[in-house]
Write a protein that binds this ligand. Structure first.
Ligand code: SF4
Length: 209
């Protein structure tokens, strides 16, 4: 049977193949949908004070997801996570170990800024987790790095200290999960910098291998 005849036979036999609409969506499409949902979100009181919802930034096809705490003043103004002093510190140390920001995806546990940068409240973390969970499902990272205690609390349900958690490796959401300090802690306590760099280097070796 010629190829033309074989195709005609298959079309006749199988009829039209239905492809579910959702399967044609790219990761960018799916991320945009969740972004738009979060932009309209009023699930916790933080929406009242936000200038911009800070959803996440980077490559949705990345194997690596960094998760921080919550937007600060600069992030709230610009709408992109980790653009302030802590973000510069993180970018500087990432680059030192060969990780470019465009090669990861970075987000926070909360998408709106808590007033005066206060700590997130449990009910805010709980409400906002649905967006982080969707981001993880869409990006499907192989590695997640939790930056600080709120990320490790939300991602791992862990209340133990960073100095303990950073020594381990965890598995959840189909990903290998590591924990380190939040870059703002490095700014407050520069003596933590070597440990933070050690953790970034550890992750870089997995990314770059
Ligand atoms: S912090 Fe999260 S849950 Fe609260 S309003 Fe913003 S997007 Fe919604």
């Amino acid at each position: 049977m010629s190829l033309k005849k074989a195709i005609e036979f298959l079309v006749e036999t199988l009829g039209e193949i239905e492809i579910p609409a959702g399967e044609l969506k790219t990761k960018e499409d799916k991320i945009r949908e969740v972004y738009e949902e979060a932009s309209r979100c009023k699930k916790c009181p933080l929406w009242r004070g936000r200038k911009k919802m800070v959803f996440g930034h980077g490559n949705p096809y990345s194997r690596v997801l960094f998760v921080g705490e919550a937007p600060g003043e600069d992030e709230d103004r610009i709408g992109i996570p980790f653009v302030g002093r802590a973000g510069s510190k993180l970018a500087q140390i990432m680059l030192k170990y060969g990780i470019k920001r465009e090669n990861i995806y970075i987000t926070n546990t909360l998408k709106c800024r808590p007033p005066s940068n206060r700590d997130p409240k449990p009910e805010e973390l709980q409400e906002c987790f649905k967006y982080l969970k969707k981001q993880i499902e869409i990006i499907s990272p192989a590695i997640i790095l939790c930056l600080g205690r709120y990320a490790s609390l939300v991602i791992l349900g862990e209340k133990r200290g960073i100095s303990y958690l950073r020594q381990g490796e965890f598995y959840r959401f189909g990903a290998r999960i590591f924990v380190t300090y939040h870059p703002s802690a490095i700014l407050r306590k520069p003596n933590l910098t070597p440990l933070f760099e050690e953790d970034i280097e550890r992750v870089s070796k997995l990314i770059l291998k």
